[in-house]
Design a protein around this ligand. Structure first.
Ligand SMILES: C[S@@+](CC[C@H](N)C(=O)[O-])C[C@H]1O[C@@H](n2cnc3c(N)ncnc32)[C@H](O)[C@@H]1O
Length: 380
């Protein structure tokens, strides 16, 4: 194996190979956590991956209407809470800060909201924190501190108080374990060194011995699945959903979680790697490709409920955005747009809501304090 310098492509592969040689194969969750979040070589730590020149794009980067509608959703939820001041406006995994910027601009029309809101960004990437600071420079004017947003490494570090939480494509970046149905029960899928890898390290999937303690996480209805079936489970996603639920129950609040995923819980592999807007092999080039897994919305909803929140949905992104008024917002923007802007606006909104684009694959889950009734976008 050829050692390479820190920061060069392959440096994380070498370190992961040493880790496996010393301690044995890694769970898929540990692999994912290292590839995305390694302090020195992790994917998110070393780059801004968004946009045409990056690896993928997201709803707020496609259309300003996305962040605007989520901002107005927050104003609506805050009003239903009795307009508490202060209120913590929290975004998990804010990317370039575009969603928050659009949300704050839209919320300016609501008297009192910006004066009550302090902005908290939960972000681990130093590169993206810098990008968010640039995007949001001046955008929080009117907030109680009148100053920059506050950054935190974890939701737990956001000060207590009523919260409004937004998360778009955050949960899909949290690590998942994979379990495979074998004759003796369920075995954890792990990442081992591929002995065929001469020179640069190569990795392969393997199975840890069954039964695995994580097997208790497979829902009863799925336990008798045929041999070879794969189940993904994310204690990390569950812990964040529980923390949101706990905050909402204790201090009041609401949350809107948008991601690609499913409900109810189901079988099947969804872990994928994306590089330069194309699928890539999951085990090649660790730290150089985005890794995501579909979000199990049933688990998120149950975790938040178990902590005392009420859950609504998930609805499809298309349905929820249409209910929130994306078509009306588009018409208002078109009235002031030139021909080229109009074409971009129409195609952006189409990408967000069309069934064959993001409209159906992406889901939206709302969390509120129990008894408050359906939040905007979720009324029956
Ligand atoms: C796919 S990007 C989504 C960005 C943004 N929400 C958007 O829609 O454009 C994932 C975001 O979550 C952040 N992130 C990933 N893992 C994280 C973690 N464990 N804690 C906090 N932020 C994390 C990334 O740095 C990035 O900002």
């Amino acid at each position: 194996m050829t050692p390479r310098g820190a920061g060069s492509p392959g440096a994380l592969a070498v370190r992961l190979a040493h880790r496996i040689e010393a301690g044995g194969p890694l769970s898929v969750a540990d692999w994912m956590a290292a590839c995305l979040g390694d302090r020195e070589h992790g994917y998110y730590v070393t780059r801004d991956p968004l946009g045409a020149a990056g690896d993928f794009t997201t709803a707020p980067e496609i259309s300003q209407t996305f962040g605007e509608l989520l901002g107005l959703w927050c104003v609506h939820a805050w009003t239903a809470m009795g307009a508490p001041a202060p209120v913590r406006l929290v975004e998990l995994g804010p990317g370039r800060g575009t969603l928050m910027k659009d949300a704050l601009r839209a919320a300016r029309g609501a008297p009192g909201f910006l004066a009550a809101a302090s902005v908290h960004l939960v972000e681990t990437s130093p590169v993206l924190r810098r990008r968010q600071a640039e995007t949001l420079a001046g955008a929080t004017t009117g907030a109680p501190t009148g100053a920059a947003p506050a950054w935190h490494g974890r939701l737990e570090d956001v000060p207590d108080g009523p919260v409004l939480v937004l998360a778009n494509e955050f949960f899909d970046a949290l690590p998942v374990h994979q379990l495979v149905r074998v004759p003796g029960g369920w075995a954890e899928r792990v990442v081992a060194l591929d002995p065929a890898g001469a020179g640069a390290p190569r990795f392969r999937f393997a199975l840890a011995p069954a039964p695995d303690p994580l097997a208790a996480r497979v829902p009863p209805l799925l336990r008798g699945a045929p041999a070879g079936s794969l189940f993904e489970t994310s204690p990390a996603c569950e812990a964040v959903a529980r923390e949101i639920g706990r905050r909402i129950a204790r201090n009041d609040g609401a949350a809107l979680i948008v991601d690609y995923g499913h409900a109810p819980s189901g079988l099947g592999e969804t872990l994928q790697a994306v590089r330069a807007h194309r699928p890539a092999p999951v085990l090649d080039a660790p730290g150089e490709a985005d890794l995501t897994a579909h979000v199990d919305f049933q688990v998120l909803a149950e975790a938040a409920r178990s902590a005392g929140a009420e859950a609504f949905g998930p609805g499809t992104q298309g349905d929820v955005l249409v209910r929130l008024g994306i078509r009306e917002r588009l018409q208002a923007l078109l009235a002031r747009a030139d021909a080229r802007q109009a074409a971009d606006l129409v195609s952006g909104v189409r990408r967000l809501i069309a069934d064959e684009e993001m409209g159906k694959l992406f889901k939206v889950l709302a969390l509120t304090r129990p008894g408050r009734g359906a939040p905007a976008g979720f009324a029956p």
